[in-house]
Design a protein around this ligand. Structure first.
Ligand SMILES: [Zn+2]
Length: 448
């Protein structure tokens, strides 16, 4: 494999000391970071390609800890969660392997274009999502949408999840990993949770599910199952270091303590939680309790965007606004959530999430020579650039993205695939899926 050096960049390592190198060089050999430091200290190996990154910032690729690929966007708006879910089920009744493949290609492309190098995707027909990820080259965690309660047979089956582990876990140099995916307590039997816990131990795979997203849902879970969501998941034995829970908006103090004690991680999805009027997760309390919290977009249906820059900014602003406290959730904390803490939530912090020697080269290069990032002043504490990475930067600044040391985005354009053909196919397939949903709309049922 090739080796290359990125020179003269403002490097935000997000390492344990949050080291910033204002004018630095990073060397990658065979997909691994082998050197990082001040321009004057790093020796460029012979034959190494040199990329002049003057006027650019280099940081770890962003990590989306909770998403659902989809071809639907902007078609189920102005609805709270419980009203919205039956419409969402229509998409899944109409879903085919072909639609799933094009959903994943489109979403993975959008992720890469906005600087995301690793996506946790909970979706359907995930062998086809693996095909899409292999084509585009990004890192994915695949958690099939398993539902095994009667009437929910249009989601993925437990058998499909088991098969996917055997066929795809740790393939493509480890870029593709498979998780046990469980839709929700209303969709899955106790047996499904118990099996997930057992297979997680047996195969060393993670468990991903939704938890306590909305107040009304929490009340319905308690009424129907006799326990609150977190207690129910605890009862089924799935809390632990390999488990990642999406949302957790309505956790009380005891539940946050229990999440922390068990080493369970949380994927915080502030834009989706706001859009579906679910509420504001108690992230400062979670962090204070020692919970690992990553950020997630929740996909195009309930976010309309897979842009982690938007998610970062919103994650900070919504806490400041809701708490009337301008000091809560500062830029360094948010940047960690979108990188190293996301990696930790996915069990990948030994490999990705920060720029450190020995880690995989999942890199994001941002062009600072744009109006939205000007003026730039960077020092060893980050300067104004640290704040602008979180509050000003966006897809327009994405100059380069690498995963495993392979360049996937060059000047905002995909390298491995024809961007135009991915988008054209998704446009055609997306309208076909909308039409398929319309023909099924008489099957729509209410929740619970
Ligand atoms: Zn979700």
């Amino acid at each position: 494999m090739s080796s290359f050096a990125i020179r003269h960049a403002a490097i935000f390592t997000v390492d344990p000391r949050d080291r910033v190198v204002p004018a630095g060089t990073l060397v990658v050999q065979d997909g691994i970071i082998t050197q990082i430091g001040d321009d004057r200290e790093v020796n460029i190996p012979e034959g190494c390609e040199v990329i002049d990154a003057r006027g650019h910032a280099l940081l770890p690729g962003l990590i989306d800890c909770h998403s659902h690929s989809s071809l639907m966007r902007g078609v189920t708006e102005n609805m709270p969660l419980m009203e919205w879910l039956p419409w969402y089920q229509l998409e899944h009744r109409a879903m085919t392997e072909e639609f799933a493949y094009h959903s994943a290609r489109l979403c993975y492309l959008e992720a890469l274009q906005s600087g995301t190098t690793c996506v946790m995707d909970m979706f359907r027909f995930m062998d086809r999502c693996a095909d899409a990820a292999a084509e585009l080259g990004l890192r994915v965690q695949l958690a099939p949408y398993v539902a095994d309660k009667p009437g929910k047979d249009f989601f993925s089956t437990r058998e499909e999840n088991r098969r996917l582990i055997h066929s795809h876990h740790e393939t493509r140099n480890g870029r593709i990993r498979v998780w046990m995916g469980l839709e929700h307590l209303f969709y899955c039997t106790g047996d499904a949770y118990r099996e997930a816990a057992q297979l997680s131990r047996e195969y060393g795979v993670g468990i991903h599910t939704h938890c306590s997203e909305q107040k009304e849902e929490e009340q319905a879970v308690t009424a129907e199952l006799g326990r609150r969501s977190l207690a129910m998941l605890d009862h089924y034995g799935i809390l632990g270091e390999r488990t990642l829970l999406a949302h957790c908006v309505w956790l009380n103090d005891d539940e946050i303590a229990r999440v922390a004690d068990t080493g369970t991680s949380i994927a915080h999805c502030p834009v989706s939680n706001a859009k579906l009027a679910s509420g504001v997760a108690r992230v400062p309390e979670m962090l204070a309790a020692g919970v690992t919290v990553g950020l997630g977009t929740d996909g195009p249906v309930c976010n309309n965007s897979l842009n982690m820059f938007e998610e970062m900014k919103f994650a900070s602003l919504i806490q400041k606004a809701a708490r009337l406290d301008a000091t809560t959730m500062p830029a360094d904390q948010i940047l960690r959530m979108a990188t190293i803490n996301g990696a930790r939530a996915l069990g990948l912090d030994g490999e990705i999430g920060s720029l450190e020697v020995g880690k995989k080269a999942d890199l994001l290069l941002l062009n600072l020579s744009r109006a939205n990032m000007t003026p730039v002043s960077v020092n060893e504490e980050g300067g104004n650039l640290l704040w602008n990475l979180v509050f000003s930067a966006g897809s327009t600044n994405v100059a380069g993205v690498w995963v495993d040391g392979v360049r996937l985005i060059d000047n905002g354009e995909a390298v491995q695939v024809s961007q135009r053909s991915v988008i054209a196919a998704a446009q055609f397939q997306g309208l076909a899926l909308q039409e398929a949903c319309r023909t099924l709309s008489h099957t729509r049922t209410t929740m619970v």
